[in-house]
Design a protein around this ligand. Structure first.
Ligand code: FNR
Length: 329
């Protein structure tokens, strides 16, 4: 059974955390990787197909690739679900359970798309519903560890009460993104409650928020949290998972692109993710970002990095991103 102790993990990231990013994170040393949040209803409209050419498992809905998984990541892969309903969550989780090592519930996304549908951070103010979803997943998925990812509540006592309730549902670990739903990414993460959260939480706590340098890890582990989750640090330079130190962003971008080509990651998703590695970064090169922004094909993306592109024959899918996709940061 999956352990959540002593791990440095890749956070769920809509768009960014697709297959090439997860594979590269694992190659660089990530202990576990989360899928981007996938909405239960979306999964339930999709069909599971084994892609024998790529050796991947594809979930496809209306000619859109909802999720592409590789068997090699399975022992370390956690599916993150967006849900507001115990039965839908369970049905969706059961569909994907054979292809993953764990299932996580997103209880922190503050975006309108999630909260207006009762998902993400909306669950924090509906603890009964939140806990019912978790309990249904726990009882309905024997042998599959279930986890949850929350944000802090503005009130400390209420946060601790909620953690106790969530911890009693049978989940195996709890990720705490150390911001409240009203906080934006520019607001600093608040670690002052972590030690108290650890005290009342009966399962390992995974800390998340503003870890940009591995030198921060030792201090944060002193709070008693068992593992650390990285989002933007990995989005910018996924070699953050290397214990030997960061690699040059150019090298990482090329490695990512190579993986994206190998697994036939959709062009628009690949372009988006590579751009995130360069936009507004201290090492950013305006010429490069401008070139990247104007790319219209995988071949042009490769050309930008002086890489050769050998065309493949990808599945005949729509290239677009999910129209209802949101960034939960
Ligand atoms: C996110 N985040 C996020 N959270 C989540 O639970 N499910 C998701 O699908 C997403 N999607 C997502 C996309 C992108 C591009 C970013 C940057 C972030 C939030 C993320 O997992 C994490 O909680 C926050 O970004 C805080 O961690 P960092 O960035 O400070 O390490």
């Amino acid at each position: 059974m999956l352990s959540y102790e002593g791990k440095i993990v890749l956070a769920p990231m809509v768009r960014v955390g697709t297959l090439p990013m997860r594979l590269l994170a694992l190659e660089y040393g990530a202990d576990l990787v989360w899928t981007p949040e996938i909405i239960d209803k979306k999964l339930l409209t999709s069909t599971r197909t084994v892609n024998t050419r790529l050796n991947t498992v594809d979930y496809i809905s209306n000619r859109t690739l909802v999720l592409r998984l590789h068997p090699c990541e399975k022992p370390k892969l956690v599916l993150q679900l967006g849900s507001a309903d115990p039965e839908l969550a369970l049905q969706a989780a059961r569909m994907v359970a054979p292809d993953v090592a764990g299932v996580d519930l997103n209880c922190g996304c503050p975006k309108h798309f999630s909260v207006h549908a009762g998902m993400g951070a909306a669950l924090l103010s509906e603890p009964d519903r939140l806990c019912n979803i978790l309990k249904r997943l726990v009882t309905g998925l024997p042998g599959v560890p279930v986890t949850a990812k929350i944000r802090l509540l503005p009130d400390q006592e209420k946060t601790l009460e909620l953690v106790k309730r969530i911890g009693a549902t049978g989940i195996r670990a709890l990720t705490v993104h150390c911001r409240t739903p009203a906080d934006r990414p520019r607001h600093p993460a608040k670690y002052d409650m972590l030690a108290e959260i650890v005290k009342v939480c009966p399962v390992p706590v995974i800390a998340n928020g503003d870890f940009f340098d591995r030198s921060q890890f030792a201090g944060i582990l002193e709070t008693g949290v068992r593992s650390i989750m990285l989002a933007r640090a990995a989005q910018w330079n996924v070699s953050i998972f290397r214990t030997e130190g960061l690699l040059d962003p150019m090298e990482v971008s090329k490695a990512y692109l190579k993986k994206a080509i190998e697994v036939e990651n959709p062009f628009s998703n690949t372009k988006y993710t590579v751009l995130q590695m360069w936009l507004d970064r201290p090492y950013s090169d305006k010429n490069l970002t401008r070139k990247l922004q104007s790319c219209k094909s995988m071949a042009e993306l490769c050309g930008t990095f002086n890489m050769e592109y050998i065309p493949t024959e990808p599945l005949d899918l729509d290239n677009g991103e999910e129209s209802d996709e949101v960034l939960c940061n």
